[in-house]
Unconditional design. Structure first.
Length: 105
């Protein structure tokens, strides 16, 4: 069954933007949204992660979790999802040390 999918892809090659826009609507620059099947979502995400060089990508879609969605990231980012007792939280990397820290530490 198709589900709402959101992909944010910044600083990615033009061919990837074209592939994403074939299946999803680009509602603002680098933000894609649409209702697609899990198979199409996985194929698009595989293509996205294979094409990322200096850019970043974030994928969010519904799932049977406590929060009701799953988040995946690709590329060199300052934020990355971390499972904390069943909840997905975003960890921030310290730009100077390259280490993940909790916000406010």
């Amino acid at each position: 069954m198709p589900n709402m999918t959101v992909i944010s892809a910044t600083a990615v090659p033009a061919h990837l933007r074209g592939a994403l826009s074939r299946w999803l609507l680009e509602i603002t620059p680098s933000l894609y949204i649409g209702t697609i099947s899990a198979r199409v979502r996985e194929e698009l995400w595989n293509k996205t992660t294979a094409s990322i060089t200096d850019g970043n990508a974030v994928l969010a879609y519904p799932s049977n979790s406590e929060q009701g969605y799953t988040v995946r990231t690709a590329g060199p980012q300052r934020r990355s999802p971390v499972d904390f007792e069943g909840l997905v939280l975003m960890a921030f990397k310290d730009a100077e040390r390259g280490k993940e820290t909790a916000k406010g530490e």
